[in-house]
Design a protein around this ligand. Structure first.
Ligand code: B16
Ligand code: MG
Length: 219
């Protein structure tokens, strides 16, 4: 019996991936190299420090831990300039009617994001009040593909993982949901997210019943 949905934020509710990309690319350029949009795919759902380590690896650059902290801070400052300009027009199409359909069915809602900026983003887009629990990058000690972020979400609602559906756009996020024993719905392309229980391209025209039917059919 499904009692709640736990949503990833970046790439599921809003498309902040492009702001991360612009800010990380600005940092790479500042360090004298560049990286592609394809490489950027590998950063989705990955924590800030793990992302920085990957980017430095692509650029063949070594830095001390102190320098890495400074670089991550620099990128985050640029990223925050973009997200502080966001408003509700950036909520992805179909998300609001889908949340309404969950409300009508009595399904509870939480957010499980790796981002330390999740609270700011939810405030900017005016959605904070819609979620009963918000677990973000400040509350976790292990990042996706570890299931901790979703486990804390389920715990906050006093539910078992098998009573919750996780919505994720990142491969590492789907891995995390499956590792924790949650039902996983991939939001994006089948080729990246085929290991989820069910994959949707986006939320346009979807209601909670469609998700339940999709999960059932896939089994
Ligand atoms: P921050 P999600 C993730 O958010 C992003 O997908 C990932 O690209 C980012 O590096 C990570 O948050 C950390 O973000 O630097 O804001 O703490 O998809 O888990 O909502
Ligand atoms: Mg995401």
């Amino acid at each position: 019996m499904i009692k709640a949905c736990i949503f990833d934020l970046d790439g599921v509710i809003v498309d902040t991936a492009r702001y991360h990309f612009i800010a990380w690319r600005r940092l790479a350029n500042y360090l004298g190299f560049d990286f592609t949009e394809e490489e950027n795919e590998k950063l989705k759902g990955v924590s800030r420090m793990d992302s920085l380590n990957l980017i430095l690896q692509w650029g063949g650059i070594e830095k001390t831990e102190v320098e890495k902290e400074e670089l991550a801070e620099l990128k985050n400052g640029w990223y925050r300039e973009y997200i502080l300009r966001m408003d509700s027009s950036e909520i992805l199409e179909g998300v609001l009617p889908f949340l309404d359909s969950l409300g009508e069915e009595g399904i509870r809602m939480a957010v499980g994001s790796s981002s330390k900026n999740a609270g700011t983003i939810l405030d900017q887009i005016g959605l904070t009040h819609r979620f009963e629990a918000i677990i973000d990058g400040n509350k976790i000690t292990r990042s996706k593909p570890d299931p901790q972020v979703f486990e804390l979400g389920a715990e906050a609602m006093q539910l078992q993982p098998m009573e919750c559906i996780v919505f994720e756009d990142a491969e590492a996020g789907v891995d995390a949901a499956l590792a924790g024993g949650f039902l996983a719905v991939g939001v994006g392309k089948e080729e990246n997210l085929g290991h989820a229980h069910f994959v949707i391209p986006n939320f346009v025209g979807l209601r909670f019943q469609h998700i339940l039917e999709g999960i059932k059919k896939a089994h």
